[in-house]
Design a protein around this ligand. Structure first.
Ligand code: DAH
Length: 349
């Protein structure tokens, strides 16, 4: 009897939708009842057995069954979807009161900081950054810089030679000047800075290291004066050691410059009054410089009658020691742990 059948399915629907926790189960139920061979779909074929006067009632009963099924199905489907969304929200919720995860951040090495500061300043003044090889020819490191073999000034730079006397580990960054002048064939003005490693046969102690860092500067053009060099140095001094710094030149001697000077800044610690950092003088020497010696210009293919210029050299470790108050140069080459490096994040001017 179709009525029993309909009643039976109706009863089933009451319990079949309980305890469903997966979409897939729900879809299986749909196939079981509403699919092509599903329990509700196949009821239609029973209509032949139904007496004519009951056919209408039968049709309505089947329809009701469908509606009941669809209602239950939609309700459970919506519940499942809501459950899924809520789970997602719960799992992905961010508790803003939790302490942040510690993300270690690096810190630039003080040597690198000084180089970068100087590069940024001097590049803004039209200088290009140029590098040269650390294994250098004696010719470029000394000879063409007016330091012929046997020149007493060579003694100040006790040098690592490599296989005989022709090659060496550069004892200064000045050979990059030579390379740049030769490359420009005496034809073009030059404005370069050259940071890099240098080597000398020094015993390592608090102020000496067999490997250290320099930055060379070279400007070649026409009608350049010592005043241009002074102005450039003033900018460097202020950038590195603050706007209050005074600068001065003291006469000196380098074979590759004539005249040569030592570049001093007024002591940033005592403002010139005299303290232990400036050894009571009120002044601190931070580099060497001068007008490029005409002999060097000539050696490197520039006609000294048409061209002149200035050059300067800074010891980067010395600048970093002064700026960051470090009293042992060896600190730069060991102890690369973050705690040490991070101290230098402060103390910028
Ligand atoms: N090369 C020199 C040194 O190592 C530093 C220096 C002094 C470089 C004067 C220069 C300069 O370019 O003009 O002691």
């Amino acid at each position: 009897m179709y009525k029993d059948k309909i009643e039976e399915i109706n009863e089933e629907l009451k319990s079949v939708f309980t305890n469903i926790d997966k979409e897939q189960t729900l879809e299986n139920i749909k196939v079981e009842y509403m699919g092509k061979n599903g329990k509700i779909s196949t009821l239609n074929s029973m209509i032949r057995e139904v007496p004519n006067e009951e056919k209408k009632e039968f049709g309505m009963a089947v329809n009701n069954l469908r509606n009941t099924f669809n209602e239950l199905y939609s309700k459970i489907k919506e519940e499942l979807e809501n459950k899924e969304i809520n789970e997602k929200l719960n799992n992905e919720a961010i508790d803003v009161t939790l302490p942040a995860t510690y993300i270690p951040v690096g810190a630039a090495h003080p040597i690198e900081r000084i180089i970068e500061t100087l590069e940024n300043l001097l590049m803004s003044m039209g200088y290009d950054v140029v590098e040269g090889p650390e294994v250098e020819k004696d010719l470029y490191n000394f000879e063409l810089l007016n330091l012929p073999k046997g020149h007493p000034a060579r003694d100040a730079q006790d040098t690592f030679y490599i296989k005989g006397e022709e090659y060496l580990l550069r004892s200064q960054t000045s050979p990059v000047q030579v390379r740049e002048m030769l490359a420009n064939k005496g034809e073009r003005p030059i404005r370069i800075i050259c940071p890099g490693k240098t080597y000398r046969r020094d015993e390592d102690d608090a102020t000496h290291s067999h490997q250290f860092t320099q930055m060379e500067g070279l400007l070649v053009d026409k009608n350049i004066t010592l005043g241009d060099l002074k102005g450039t140095f003033e900018e460097v001094a202020k950038k590195l050691f603050g706007s209050g710094r005074e600068t001065r030149f003291r006469p000196s001697y380098y074979p590759f410059t004539e005249p040569s000077v030592e570049m001093d800044i007024s002591c940033f610690n005592c403002n010139g009054k005299g303290c232990n950092i400036c050894k009571g003088t009120g002044w601190i020497t931070v580099g060497g410089a001068g007008m490029v010696n005409p002999i060097v210009l000539k050696n490197c293919g520039y006609d000294p009658n048409n061209w002149n210029g200035f050059a300067f050299g800074f010891g980067i470790e010395r600048l970093a020691m002064l700026k960051y108050g470090i009293n042992d140069i060896r600190v730069f080459y060991v102890n690369h742990d973050l705690k040490t490096l991070k101290q230098f994040n402060r103390r910028e001017y």
